[in-house]
Design a protein around this ligand. Structure first.
Ligand SMILES: C[S@@+](CC[C@H](N)C(=O)[O-])C[C@H]1O[C@@H](n2cnc3c(N)ncnc32)[C@H](O)[C@@H]1O
Length: 200
């Protein structure tokens, strides 16, 4: 076996399940993905640089309470804990939640779908809700966004530039939304969108 084979197999495995899961709410497929650890390679220098840049944005918002949608195995939660008072994660994969609890003992995790966040969190409200690299799997993005807006004062979204096309119309020109400067790391770009509750 060549040194590259485990990486190649992992990439093929991830690609297989992600193709099926795109904009479909086939969340069982995401659970399959977590049969391997770190399926999105979030421990690579490129993704760690993205987390650092995202943290710089979150730090400016200085949230005491942060709700992280799609908290996975806690790879980004670990970073968010440095710039938020308390982090609560919601993640659809049970295997990922179990690993996140081990990795980030100071954070709180719930197994469930973004679509059910209001029910899972029963009346709680957050300074900041984040949806980083997570909206690509929902079947009805406007419904998910409306639900998340009901849970917080602000909603911060990142989307990988090459996959952002289908998401952009949900933000561009929509009330309360504005685009922030892109995140860029090792030749890859992510779009960043911020929604803020309008003060009346
Ligand atoms: C690409 S990973 C992103 C992890 C991290 N937020 C980041 O930016 O690197 C997407 C995560 O969101 C989870 N996920 C996808 N759709 C979800 C949904 N509707 N509700 C909760 N979790 C979801 C996936 O299982 C996965 O762990």
């Amino acid at each position: 076996m060549s040194a590259d084979e485990p990486g190649l197999l992992k990439r093929l495995w991830t690609r297989l399940w992600l193709r099926r899961a795109s904009f479909s709410a086939r969340y069982g497929d995401l659970e399959q993905l977590y049969k391997v650890r770190d399926p999105w390679n979030l421990l690579t220098p490129r993704e760690q640089a993205r987390f650092a840049a995202t943290n710089a944005l979150v730090a400016k918002l200085a949230p005491a309470t942060l709700l992280e949608i799609g908290s996975g195995e806690g790879a980004q939660t670990h970073w968010l804990q440095q710039v938020a008072g308390h982090v609560t994660g919601i993640e659809v994969s049970a295997a990922a939640v179990a690993r996140a609890k081990q990795a980030c003992p100071g954070a709180e995790f719930h197994e469930g779908r973004a679509e059910d966040a209001a029910r899972l969190l029963a009346g709680r409200h957050f300074d900041l809700v984040t949806a980083f690299e997570v909206l690509y799997y929902a079947a009805d993005v406007p419904v998910v966004l409306a639900g998340l807006q009901g849970l917080g004062e602000r909603l911060l979204v990142t989307a990988y530039r090459r996959r952002a096309e289908q998401l952009r119309p949900h933000f561009t020109g929509q009330p309360g939304w504005r685009q922030l400067e892109d995140i860029s790391a090792e030749g890859t770009e992510w779009e960043v969108w911020l929604w803020e509750r309008e003060r009346g």
